[in-house]
Ligand binder design. Sequence first.
Ligand code: SAM
Length: 233
Amino acid sequence: LHVTSDLAPDLAVAPTLDQSRYLTQVMRLKAGDDLLVFNGRHGEWRASVAEVLKKGVILRAEEQVRAQTHGPDLELIVAVVKKARIETIVEKATELGASRVRLALTHRTNADRLRLDRLDAIAEEAAEQTGRLDVPLVDDPVKLDALLDGWDASRRLMFCDETGGAPAVSALTAAGEGKWAILIGPEGGFSPEEGERLRALPFTTAVSLGPRILRADTAAIAALTLWQAAIGD
Ligand code: SAM
């Protein structure tokens, strides 16, 4: 279970109301039962159900069972596409180790109304399912131009360019390890001005994901997988 409170021996841990309902009504946990909790900072802990109250449960942290680990410093930047696809992208990016998912507004974005709390819940669930001990941050949508204006040039950018680029694995292997971000465009692709700006940036590696045009969610999964194959851990 992902909790936000600190974890230390004998510390009381108060899950949210929804989580309490899930623990008592779905998992049918009772006082004394054990479960595993993590908060992204103190590793994974065995906790016990200390009290079942009318309004929620109180857990008690018992002992750390796994030390905190952090995956690669790998951000996924994806132009906002249809809600269902964004939800798939957040789930798969979590499974594939992205540390952060940044939503970009590009010239051709047709943004569905996004619910960030729903995307956070998807990232949390995927982190629990995949066994990672940190939950990727999902940022509010920002304009791509503003993202690039404020770019930390020590982070390389894998620009997935459907109009053509270097074969991904050799380009990534040549560029090497370090802080990375992967950029995926919207259903309508990048505008010519965006493509031109991106290709001219010194920290960008323009890559092809093959000869076929992939949907944004497919492209995100393929790019994350190829990054993992070439550089990942
Ligand atoms: N404008 C494209 C077209 O011709 O229909 C569609 C863009 S595609 C749906 C969305 C994004 O996925 C692209 O902007 C790109 O970032 C990525 N993408 C899709 N296929 C790709 C490929 N073969 N190589 C590199 N990137 C690709």
